[in-house]
Every structure is written in C-alpha cells, then in structure tokens.
Ligand binder design. Structure first.
Ligand code: TYM
Length: 335
C-alpha cells in the first residue's frame, strides 16, 4: 500500500488507560487526516513495560487501545495498525541507535526527569528502559521513513531527539547519502495539551492519582458527565478563551476540538451564559463522541476480527521495518 503521500507514524502506550487527552491530542487527528498521508500507527507495548505492568492487564490494554484505534475510525484497509512487540525490528534498531546516541542527549529529556523525580532518591525503582525510552521511540519512527509524527505537545522533545539521532546516523554512517528520513513533529494548534479537569494547571494524564482529573475513554458515561460538571473553573463570570483562566480555557478547548467551530463562534455561543451551561454542552459533546466509540470497541473486543487485523498489520509493518533495519545494519558493517 505505497502511495506518493507523505508518511506518518505514531503510537500510544497501552498502560494507565486511554484518556480524552490521548484522543483529542493524537488519535482524533490521525483519523481526521487519514487520507492525507500514508499511515502507520502502533500500540507501543515495549514502551509500556518501562514501568512494571501486570501481564494480564497489559494484554487486555493492548487489545483495548487497538480496538479504540479502529472504533475511532482508523481503517485497516488503508492504514497499518499493529503491536510494536510483534515486529522485532523495533528492538533491534533500538539497540543499534543506543550505540549511536550520547548519554547526554537522554539526560536532557524532561519527561524522564519528571518521572525519575517522582521516585525521589530511590534509583533502584527506575529501569534502564525508562531512561532509554526515547531511543526506542526514535527506532519506531525511523523504521517507517516517517515524514511526520502526529503527537501531543508532550512528545515534541522526543521527536526532536529522533531528528538529531537520524541526522547523526546519516552523518556518521551514510557515506554522503541519507540512510534515514529526518521526521517532523505534527502538533495541532488546538488540543495538543488537554489539561486535567480537577487541576487544570496540570496536563490530563491517567497516572495522576487525582479523582476527576482525567476522563477515561472507557469510563461510564455517568462518571464522565459528573467529572465534567465538577471541573474546576474560577470566580470570573464570563466565558472566554484565556490562558490565565486554565479551567474555562480547557473546557472551551475540548469543546472547540470536538465541535470544529472557531473560537469567536464559541465565545458568541456562550455570551451571557454561565459555567453550568458550558459544562453541560461540553459533557454532551464528549458523550456524543465517546459513547458510540465505546459501543464499537465492545463489539471489536468480543469478536475475532481484531487479532486478525493486528496480525495482518504486523506482517505489513515487518516488511517495511526489516528493509530499513537492513539499510542501517549494512551501513554499519553488521551485514
Ligand atoms: P502516550 O501513550 O503517553 O500518549 C499518546 C499520545 O497522546 C498524547 N497526549 C496528549 N495530548 C493532548 N493532551 C494530553 N493531556 C495528552 N496526553 C497524552 C501524546 O502526546 C501522544 O501523542 N512516547 C509516546 C508513545 C510513542 C510514540 C512513538 C509516539 C512511542 N513511540 C513513536 C509517536 C511516535 C507516549 O508515551 O505517548
């Protein structure tokens, strides 16, 4: 399925549970732009195990993320969908890139610094894999010659590292030509950083241990509505996009991405109305989107098609990935 369209690659970790931020910042955009690119989307289970996972839960969440991709609208006849660990070239290129990447580049990654800081001085609890995580991500992207990597704002630094690694491989081993494509992050103007509902100064994330902070994609509709109705706002009465008022700004942003309407139109719609009206509209928009997807997910998880689609996706991915791996391995004297 090769076309002349630019190539995209992206993925989601099957740990902690999918949340609305994953959908609005990444997966919805993959679906919306599906016809503009040649797409490869992955469920990155090898990234999930950088922190301890219970095996049955990991297996279940991997299938859930895959079902969600399809239920949200990715079409496996046009888009390759597969599980990272089913294609061994990811781990192999990851190792090779380990040997090309300076430690100092990894030490600058803010996501690792934040995660490590949560463990305090207890270095025994941080795996080498967590430190090395961005290199595996670089391998994911580079194996498919991706031109673009559609992600939320928090992954930008990792895609920039991927660019640095690709350029270094080309310089050190290309013998005057490019063996790896240097990718660009594709980050939306709206929705690339959805904030938590309870504490809108922090990014929405399932690992945050705060009730009402994240909307889980598979949460019960009643719980979703309640979390939105209880979202933290402020004492100002007007409804307007304003980064200094993170609660109302976030609710409007969620509504903007889901409705596809302009900021001016939304501010007009809510002129003279209260937070209760805004929250009701946001809850309805979120549920109108998520409930039908939840239904399709249930059917996919119960039926036989999902595993077949993932097997087929891995077969297609493997062919492309092995070619790139060979190219790099040959250039480095490993073939
Ligand atoms: P992950 O699994 O943490 O998140 C998946 C995608 O969701 C986006 N995202 C958000 N977008 C908006 N608002 C939020 N609050 C929010 N939270 C998460 C993320 O930016 C991401 O696009 N390292 C990656 C997975 C990965 C990957 C890759 C991505 C592995 N290999 C190769 C792209 C290309 C990660 O942990 O994403």
């Amino acid at each position: 399925m090769t076309t002349n369209r630019p190539k995209t690659f992206s993925g989601v970790k099957p740990s902690g549970g999918l949340h609305l931020g994953n959908y609005l910042g990444a997966i919805k955009r993959w679906v919306d732009d599906q016809d503009r690119y040649d797409n490869v989307f992955c469920i990155v289970d090898l990234h999930a195990i950088t922190v301890p996972q219970e095996s049955a839960a990991l297996r279940q969440q991997t299938r859930e993320v895959a079902a969600f991709y399809l239920a949200a609208g990715l079409d496996p006849s046009r888009t390759t969908v597969f599980v990272q660990s089913h294609v061994s070239a990811h781990a192999e290129l990851g190792w090779i890139l380990n040997c090309v990447t300076p430690m100092g580049w990894l030490e600058r990654m803010t996501q690792f610094k934040d995660k490590a800081a949560k463990e305090g001085d207890n270095r025994e609890r941080i795996s080498a894999g967590l430190f090395d995580y961005p290199i595996l991500m670089a391998a994911d992207i580079l194996l498919y010659d991706a031109n673009f990597v559609p992600v939320g704002d928090d992954q930008k630094q990792h895609v920039e590292l991927t660019r640095d690694i690709a350029e270094r491989v080309n310089r050190l081993h290309g013998g005057g030509r490019d063996i790896l494509v240097v990718p660009q992050p594709l980050i939306a103007d709206t929705g690339a950083r959805i904030m938590g509902l309870a504490d809108p100064t922090r990014k929405m994330s399932k690992s945050e241990d705060m009730p009402g902070q994240a909307i889980g994609i598979f949460d019960d509709p009643g719980d979703i509505r309640r979390a939105i109705m209880r979202a933290t706002t402020d004492s100002d009465r007007t409804i307007a996009f304003d980064p200094n008022r993170p609660g109302v700004n976030n609710l409007l942003t969620i509504y903007q991405v889901l409705s596809g309407r302009s900021r001016d139109a939304l501010e007009g719609q809510f002129a003279g109305k209260g937070y209760g009206d805004l929250k009701k509209e946001v809850a309805t928009a979120v549920l109108d989107t998520l409930v039908p997807i939840q239904e399709r997910c249930k059917a996919l998880l119960a039926g036989p098609d999902l595993d077949e689609i993932l097997r087929d996706g891995a077969d297609r991915a493997r062919q492309v990935a092995n070619r790139t791996l060979d190219r790099v391995a040959t250039a480095m004297g490993l073939r």
